[in-house]
Design a protein around this ligand. Structure first.
Ligand code: DX5
Ligand code: ZN
Length: 237
């Protein structure tokens, strides 16, 4: 199995204390932060937008070069914090610039919402972010494979629940999509998102996913550090 990175989704956290919740997750060993942006249109729920991302980022210094990283040595944890956005919005083109300026590192849009996904990937990179492309459970993986054939992305995100809410159950049949993606793209970062916890992460890892999003399994636990460690250990077995 691949070495998995664990990114807690803060959707089910105390959003009034978002900055603290992010810090808590990083202290518990999170590899990156998964921020769910919802517009009430692409999905039947609303979370937050770039003003909130910007304020949260201010508490976690970004640094893009190695020298900058070294300067942060004492505070490496904050220096390398990766903000990965999961944009569940109808017009993903609209927020690229604002999110880049707010300090996001990875901009994951939904293939179903993009008017011109190839161009969008280029625009995201032009703004200095990595580009991710997500697909909903009903979207065939062939559509994503077609896109990656003409325009490579940095991350492919396979939804394992219907986007909109945390705490739903993991859809195991989606692992077939992960498997197909992995077959064609051995080095691509492939993520799974929705209902992933210690009892199903092995399915994800076996299929070839290496970026694991986990929301309620981590956030609702009274020992999130243990859950993050368990998620890693299951994969290494
Ligand atoms: C669903 C979100 C997910 C989700 C993860 O719309 O994109 O990131 O909140 O949370 P759990 O692990 O609870 O499904
Ligand atoms: Zn998400």
């Amino acid at each position: 199995a691949y070495q998995c990175k664990i990114g807690p989704s803060i959707l089910n956290s105390d959003l009034a204390r978002l900055g603290d919740e992010c810090k808590r997750m990083l202290e518990c060993g999170a590899d990156y932060l998964h921020l769910d942006v919802m517009d009430g249109h692409f999905v039947p729920n609303i979370t937050f937008g770039h003003p909130v991302v910007q304020c949260t980022r201010k508490e976690h210094q970004t640094s893009k070069t190695k020298t900058e990283l070294q300067r942060f040595k004492k505070n490496t944890m904050n220096a390398c914090v990766i903000f990965r956005l999961h944009m569940m919005v109808s017009k993903p083109e609209q927020w690229v610039k604002a999110m880049a300026e707010s300090g996001a590192n990875i901009y994951t849009f939904h293939l179903e919402a993009a008017e011109n996904a190839e161009q969008l990937i280029k625009d995201i990179r032009m703004e200095g972010m990595k580009a991710g492309c997500a697909i909903k459970p009903a979207t065939p993986v062939s559509k994503l494979l077609d896109l990656l054939y003409t325009q490579m992305a940095d991350v492919a995100l396979v939804m394992t629940v219907e986007p909109g809410f945390g705490g739903q159950s993991f859809m195991r049949p989606m692992m077939e999509k992960v498997r197909e993606l992995r077959k064609v793209h051995p080095t691509l970062d492939i993520g799974v998102d929705g209902g992933v916890g210690p009892n199903c992460i092995h399915h994800c890892a076996e299929a070839g996913a290496n970026m694991i999003v986990s929301g309620s399994a981590i956030m609702r636990s009274n020992d999130p550090r243990k859950v993050i460690t368990d998620l890693r250990n299951v994969v290494q077995e």
